[in-house]
Write a protein that binds this ligand. Sequence first.
Ligand SMILES: [Zn+2]
Length: 238
Amino acid sequence: MKLDILVIAVHPDDAELSCSGTILKHLQEGKKVGIVDLTRGELGTRGSAEIRDEEAANSAKILGLSVRENLRMRDGFFKNDEEHQLEIIRIIRKYTPEIILSNALEDRHPDHGKAGDLVNDAAFLSGLSKIKTTDEGDLQQAWRPRLILQYIQDKYIKPDILIDVSDFWDQKMESIAAFKTQFFNPDGDSDETYISSPGFLKVIEARSRDFGKYINATHAEGFTSRKLLGVDNLFNLK
Ligand SMILES: [Zn+2]
């Protein structure tokens, strides 16, 4: 299946927290969008790998994704090396996305930056035809997406572009709430973590409203790009 946008996220819930408004917006415009999670988040303090698999599947339904899969790399210990790059290349060639959204290149959680670099390196290598990969026994064609954007996660990073997601805030919060074990839930267990504190989702909302303010929107999501961005028409800019 060809995807217009492939979102790659190291932990199930990274995509929901950082770019699910953008995902929803493009799905509504008829684009095909999928998420590939690299790990099952098995090192997370709350929940378990099995529970997070279920939560990710529930969120995928709420978002209406075309596809969601998990590469089962080792949470915390995957590397940006040949073995892992080849796995990402296989996924990029399988879905031939025009655009990839990936983890922030720098963040509080070291997995985020590592995954962001891994995806960028693999996306470049995926365009080299002498690198041979197969999917279910079939030799794959080289493919390089035309754009990779990094979503912004915990650390404040000045975005290179903002996407107006005002119409999708409620649905974004529903997709985040699908991760019942991870975020604040009055009926949840009492083992509080940084992201399960009641204030955490307020910070997500504050960031979204702050980004929105700069483009005269209620909510926006920010992205960075390693390449210069351009548009065909000035009137497409806000
Ligand atoms: Zn994460």
